[in-house]
Write a protein that binds this ligand. Structure first.
Ligand SMILES: [Cu+2]
Length: 155
């Protein structure tokens, strides 16, 4: 079968690119330990009302001084709201949803997580100084999505 010269060149170029991209994945995985997120935590969104952590979500301080904040998002509110946390302390947010996909963005910071029903999104942030922050839902979740805001008070 005859393959034109330019077609052959493009086929080899595509093959080289594919080999390069696959090589990049292998090298970053093996050398730099760049891997997909491994923390997958599931929770039954229909049973949040009886869940020990998410039934009455409240700010808790651990013995080492760090703070855990479980958050339940639902149409169209965050619980708890407002969230009161101390400044200059590592705050771990654990966010889930009881109904549909929501967003959990702390405006003015780089804290931004998706609240996916059935899963717990977790991240840790430290607020350097006292102040008030707005929590915004940044995933369209329904007719009142634009009104889904919460507040964090850092003391
Ligand atoms: Cu929303």
């Amino acid at each position: 079968m005859h393959v034109a010269l330019y077609e052959r060149i493009w086929m080899w170029a595509a093959a080289v690119l594919i080999a390069l991209f696959l090589g990049a994945i292998v090298v970053t995985t093996a050398v730099q330990a760049v891997e997909p997120p491994s923390h997958v935590e599931t929770v039954d969104p229909a049973a949040l009302a009886t869940h020990p952590e998410f039934a009455q979500p409240a700010v808790t301080t651990r013995p080492d001084g760090s703070v855990i904040v479980p958050v339940v998002t639902s149409m169209y509110a965050f619980a708890p709201d407002p969230i009161q946390v101390p400044a200059q302390v590592a705050i771990t947010f654990r966010v889930t949803s009881s109904d549909v996909l929501h967003g959990f963005q702390i405006v003015g910071t780089n804290a931004n997580a998706m609240a996916v029903p059935g899963y717990v999104s977790q991240f840790t942030i430290t607020f350097p100084q006292p102040g008030e922050y707005t929590i915004a839902c940044n995933e369209y979740c329904g007719l009142m999505h634009h009104a889904m805001v919460g507040k964090i008070i850092v003391k």
